[in-house]
Structures are given as C-alpha cells and as structure tokens.
Design a protein around this ligand. Sequence first.
Ligand code: DGP
Length: 112
Amino acid sequence: MSSIFSKIIRKEIPADILHEDDVCLAFRDINPQAPVHFLVIPKKEISSLADLEKDDELVVGRCLLVASKVAAEEGLHNGYRLIANTLGDGGQEVPHLHFHIMGGRKLTWPPG
Ligand code: DGP
C-alpha cells in the first residue's frame, strides 16, 4: 500500500533526511517524542513488520545498520530505543514499515 512515506522517498514532500542509500532512508520524525527521534524505512513498499517476506532479510538488516549508524551520528551514546509499531494493536498509523529510533532522554518502560 502506498503511503506518505512513498512520497518522502520520491522527494514529492520534504523531510529532514539523515541518511539515504539504495535500500533505505532515515529522516526526522515530524512529531518527535524525544530530543532525538528519527525513522528508518526501507525504500521497498513493505506495509509492516507482519508483511515481511524471506527476500526482505537483507533489507531489514540494512535498516538496522542504518539505525545504529545514524544513532551514533546523532550522539546517542548513552542508549536509545528502536520500535516498530505494527498493525492496529501496535499503534501503527503509516502503512509503510518503519523503525522509530528515540533517544536523548531517559525513556520509561513499559510504553502505553
Ligand atoms: P506510527 O505509524 O504510529 O509508528 O508512526 C508514524 C510516525 O510517522 C509518526 O511518529 C509521525 C511520523 N510521520 C507521519 N507523517 C510524516 C511526515 O510526513 N513526515 C515525517 N517526517 N514524519 C511523519
């Protein structure tokens, strides 16, 4: 399913992009919940973590490597949280697989 994130990938709407390669994109969340809050998404249109296929193994691996690299660049040396809200009960609003990376403050657990 095409979403607002496809428009960001195609540069049809602006985003504060932190990393781009042939497989994925990292950009700041428009509604940050922590001092540092960015998203990593695959360029491939994958709706959610629940829709992954075997062929997506390398795509997801790249996304996690990018998350780690950008988190370090953003100065999150004390730690951070990576979340993939998935489908309705997971609170997913945008139907394009994305990993939230949040840090820069002490995060509480559990989430709501
Ligand atoms: P969720 O689907 O609930 O995991 O969260 C989607 C996140 O995407 C939410 O934190 C806000 C962010 N977001 C939605 N639309 C845009 C947008 O157009 N630009 C940016 N940078 N972030 C967006």
